[in-house]
Write a protein that binds this ligand. Structure first.
Ligand code: PEP
Length: 252
């Protein structure tokens, strides 16, 4: 089963519109022949329109970093799916560990966000991952299972293949401490096993990304693993040369 790799950059709370535009101009020539991959940046809301406008007809897709699950209403400070859809944004990452930790994002909210994005025709990357303490306690698999079961509860079995799951061990995010290839492969394969309990066929279609200190010098090895179908990249996605080098690591 060949799955198109997805390399997505998560900029977090970085880059003004001007900085985002400079990044795009730096990246586009470097990815001109990267048709082997899907490429995206998950940008702050304020920069989405500018990125969409300057990347039409290119290989670079634009994602949000979060959406609200309700269609409209009294949710001060939130952004709806219709609002990003209107900008021609391609999708959104949801459930990043920083949102879970600092903004009390729950699996129940994620379940609503995931199905609402799919129903709006947008792509969705759902993040899961264990803490250091959970791994040490032998709870990695139970943590991933519970996040996947609850977070994807409203996605019908026959649409699981449309979802992208990003396995991001929390101890590897922004720490420079990358999972070993064995750890990344084992966890991403486990994610697919859990999905296969609902639909073996769909689980073969689901892209499972690895995220956590992916850099130009470790990307090719991680991206070559059988159950790793791409990467979610934080820090190294802020620089066009580094991000392009990571994308290059997915070249067959
Ligand atoms: C992330 O923010 O999803 C991430 C993986 O960050 P970093 O690559 O910096 O570890």
């Amino acid at each position: 089963m060949s799955r198109t790799p997805l390399i997505a950059g998560n900029w977090k709370m970085n880059k003004t519109i001007a900085e985002a535009e400079a990044f795009v101009q730096g990246l586009l020539p470097r990815i001109a022949t990267a048709e082997y991959a899907e490429i995206a940046v998950c940008a702050p809301f304020t920069a989405l329109q500018a990125i969409v406008d300057s990347t039409r007809g290119t290989l670079l897709e634009t994602y949000a970093q979060n959406v609200h699950q309700e269609t409209s209403g009294a949710f001060t400070g939130e952004i709806s799916i219709a609002m990003i859809d209107e900008l021609d944004v391609h999708g959104s990452v949801i459930g990043h560990s920083e949102r879970r930790e600092y903004f009390n994002e729950t699996d129940e909210a994620l379940a609503d966000k995931a199905i609402a994005l799919l129903e709006a025709g947008l792509k969705v990357i759902v993040c899961v991952g264990e803490t250091d303490a959970e791994r040490e306690a032998g709870e990695m698999e139970s943590k991933l299972r519970s996040q996947l079961e609850a977070g994807l509860a409203k996605v019908p079995d026959d649409r699981l293949g449309e979802i992208v799951v990003a396995y991001e061990p929390i101890w590897a995010i922004g720490t420079g401490k990358t999972a070993t290839p064995e750890q990344a492969q084992q966890a991403c394969a486990f994610v697919r096993t859990v999905l296969a309990e609902r639909s073996a066929e769909q689980a073969q279609l689901t892209r499972v990304l690895y995220g956590g200190s992916v850099k130009p010098d470790n990307a090719a090895e991680l991206l070559g693993l059988p159950d790793v179908d791409g990467a979610l990249v934080g820090g190294a996605s802020l620089d066009p040369a580094d991000f392009a080098a990571i994308i290059e690591g997915a070249r067959p």
